[in-house]
Design a protein around this ligand. Structure first.
Ligand code: BGC
Length: 754
């Protein structure tokens, strides 16, 4: 059963502003303090504030490391990235505050991607809950732990829309849809930042990667991005806008070129759109040496050129590249940048430090006692377990094989596979939480399926064996025969397959989405035992497993659930938690179908039936997905009544109400994500076949019904960026769809008249 009471108490605690360590820093008194400080700064000190150096771990390409303390003492460091050692952080801050000329504190940044010490499900999994409050609660805890350990600033949320599962970083985002992505983005920003950045449990968010990074050609990380301005504005930018509106204190540039311009020096993106159209006031940091990489892209000649181009585009802080240190002075001397531009960037950095309360008490986040009291509380594990279970997606459950219960006609359960008990190999988490050398995460804290599911099933009267095979290696004959033997000796098999933690995240793109290292063959071999099989896949992205889709009766997508992997899995497989996750990304049938996403255009020749020539499809495979966006089953069933509209024609300034009765027609309580989609049938340009415009997660007892009502405001919800780059809706006919998955909907029509 869910332990809402405890986690809500924890939630309340984290929301309470603390006055223990400092007075509040009000925005009004920041500006004069920024100006007073700026007036005292030398050019070197200003450049120092724009300079971020790497701490004790590296998350990117090699960079030169000077003696950090002497740099800090000389006022040449504004920020330190990825520093884990707590005592050293104190030493660095002491040096900055007590030994540098102006005593400006440094700001510590860290990639807090799915938890800081307590590891939660990956962001893509959080999005699969379709419950933004989950993301917010996770980030509140992550922020509390990070802040207590001296971090002031996270490089999250990543809000890049991801339509290509080959790209390793889809695990860091909210999937393929900009509407769901926007709701998750704003929730994560709220979670990190709380009500006030200067609170002890808040850290600054950094919305990344601005912009287009998810659209790299071929799914290769860092690769070229080329897209129309309409696609950029309709699909890519909405989650960034949502994060900006939610108050994200900082943004990060992207590595890629966008329509030929490296994003770090893209004035159109940064100055025209972000700071201009959106009136966003925060600070923007480069990605890891992305100022320096403008030279590698072939868009800048040297450090001076790169510094001039990035600063004048509107980028503020240089992450680890040292480009401003090496090139900004010369750029200023040559008149390539103005003093005013340098000062403006420095102001943004100082404002951030003031907002975090770092000037009021530079050691407020470096308090050993608070650190001890805050890190890894038992309650956090409860939240990790709840959220992991709520993220899991039941892809298939033929014949109601799941959940396993005392009434199941089986006695002996075999848990088999590389992820049955992968404790030593740091799985069930992403690269971000374990791949980084000196990072302090202790992956032995993860609860594996063998550790939790086995005793849970035994307590229900099952006999359980665990057979670990193919751990960290490609399956071989020995593994296959051990697995087959285990399956033959059981009545039901739970086969745990998936991806290694190290294979997920940045620079982990793949050309093949098939289950790696012979694991689909493992499933085939196991099936020779003729026992019903449950496949549990621990994945960081949509994977391809065509044989399993055809032949395995029950498939659960567990993602990378974090520390509570085994407990959450036990909760779902035993029915203590009824699965309610829905896919935030389409699962293709084959890698060759990529990109495959639900909100595509119709084309002039849509394919209705596989094999029809002269239509948009493949000769050798249907163009439909294995599992559609929004798909996810429950242990109960839901039925949808007809879609009712409060009017069938309306004016642009009127609100349309869309209602549907949803009933739980099964035998157990469950949660359903009711999804609302719209299609503009004839706009001034072609529009997608469906676009998500709303969703609501509801809980229904067995036999219970509820009416769910969505409100559509045409000027906002039906507008798109047209050929003239105007954001507007067109009058005409629309279809509206409501259902529990993008491919299972009821529909109605309406018309907008001028
Ligand atoms: C990544 C960023 C990350 C940064 C700092 C880069 O390689 O692209 O997302 O925040 O490293 O670790």
């Amino acid at each position: 059963m869910r332990t809402f009471v405890l986690t809500m108490a924890l939630w309340a605690l984290l929301c309470v502003p603390s006055t223990l360590f400092s007075q509040k820093t009000s925005i009004e008194n920041i500006e004069p303090r920024v100006e007073a400080l700026l007036a005292k700064m030398t050019l070197d000190e200003k450049i120092g504030q724009l300079n971020q150096v790497v701490g004790d771990i590296s998350t990117g390409t090699a960079v030169s490391k000077d003696d950090m303390l002497s740099q800090v003492r000389a006022g040449k460091v504004g920020s330190v990235l990825s520093h884990t050692n707590f005592d050293n952080k104190i030493k660095i801050q002491q040096t900055a505050v007590k030994e540098s000329r102006l005593g400006i504190p440094v700001i510590f940044g860290f990639d807090v991607i799915h938890g800081y010490k307590t590891i939660f499900p990956i962001p893509l999994a959080q999005a699969a809950s379709w419950n933004p409050s989950i993301a917010e609660r996770i980030e509140r805890v992550a922020a509390a732990e990070a802040a207590a350990d001296g971090q002031n600033w996270t490089f999250a949320p990543m809000v890049d829309v991801g339509r290509d599962p080959r790209w390793g970083r889809v695990m860091e985002g909210a999937g393929e849809d900009q509407y769901l992505g926007s709701r998750i983005a704003e929730a994560r920003v709220r979670g990190f930042q709380g009500n006030d950045l200067s609170e002890n449990f808040s850290i600054a968010a950094c919305t990344k990667h601005f912009a287009g990074y998810g659209f790299g050609e071929g799914g290769r990380d860092y690769n070229t991005v080329d897209m129309s301005e309409q696609r950029l504005r309709d699909i890519v930018l909405p989650p960034f806008k949502a994060a900006a509106d939610a108050g994200s204190a900082t943004f990060m540039n992207a590595f890629n070129t966008l329509n030929g311009t490296p994003a770090s020096m893209d004035k159109h993106l940064i100055t025209d759109i972000l700071r201009g159209e959106w009136a966003w006031k925060g600070m923007i940091v480069s990605d890891w040496n992305s100022f320096g990489e403008t030279i590698v892209h072939g868009a800048a000649t040297d450090d001076t050129d790169a510094a001039a181009k990035c600063l004048t585009a509107g980028s503020d802080m240089d992450m680890v590249g040292g480009v401003y240190v090496k090139g900004l002075k010369k750029a200023l001397d040559e008149g390539r940048v103005t003093q005013k531009q340098v000062d403006e960037a420095v102001r943004r950095v100082l404002r951030l430090k003031f907002s975090l309360g770092l000037f009021d008490d530079p050691f407020r986040y470096l308090h050993p006692q608070r650190r001890k009291e805050t890190l890894e509380k038992a309650e956090y594990r409860i939240l990790a377990r709840e959220t992991a279970a709520e993220s899991m997606v039941l892809l298939k459950n033929d014949g109601g094989l799941l959940p396993l219960s005392a009434a199941s006609p089986f006695k002996k359960v075999a848990i088999i596979g590389p992820y049955a008990n992968s404790i030593g190999n740091k799985d069930y988490m992403s690269f971000w939480t374990l791949g980084l050398g000196a990072r302090q995460y202790d992956s032995t804290k993860v609860v594996t399926p063998a550790q939790a599911l086995k005793p849970a099933l035994e307590a229900m009267g099952f006999e359980v064996t665990v057979t670990e095979v193919c751990i960290n290696v490609t399956c071989d004959e020995v593994a296959y025969s051990a697995a087959l033997k285990a399956a033959q000796n059981a009545d039901i098999v739970i086969c745990c397959v998936g991806e290694r933690g190290f294979d997920c995240g940045e620079s982990r793109s793949v050309a093949n989405l098939e289950l790696p290292r012979g694991q689909e063959t493992l499933l085939r071999i196991v099936s020779r035992g003729n026992k019903p099989t449950v496949m549990v896949v621990f994945n960081s992205r949509p994977l391809v497993f065509p044989w399993a889709n055809e032949n395995i009766p029950a498939i659960l997508c567990a993602w990378q659930p974090g520390f509570e992997a085994g407990n959450a899995l036990a909760d779902v497989l035993t029915g203590r938690v009824n699965p309610s996750g829905k896919l935030p990304m389409t699962f293709p049938r084959a890698t060759g179908q990529i990109p495959l996403y639900y909100n595509h255009f119709n084309t002039g020749r849509p394919q209705q039936t596989f094999g029809t020539l002269w239509t948009s499809g493949y000769l050798d495979l249907a163009s439909t997905p294995a599992y559609a966006f929004g798909h996810g089953l429950s242990y109960t069933t839901f039925s949808y009544g007809d879609v009712k509209l409060n009017k069938s024609t309306l004016k642009m300034n009127e609100i349309l109400e869309v209602s549907v009765d949803v009933s739980n027609t099964g035998k157990v309580a469950g949660e359903e994500v009711v999804q609302l989609y719209v299609r503009d049938l004839a706009a001034d340009v072609a529009r997608p076949v469906k676009e998500l415009k709303g969703f609501e997660k509801i809980r229904l007892a067995a036999g219970e019904s509820k009416t769910v009502t969505f409100r559509i405001n045409p000027a906002v919800d039906l507008s798109y960026w047209n050929q003239d780059l105007k954001f507007k809706a067109d009058p005409g006919k629309f279809n509206v769809f409501v259902g529990g998955s993008s491919d299972k909907v009821k529909e109605a029509s309406f018309e907008i008249k001028i």
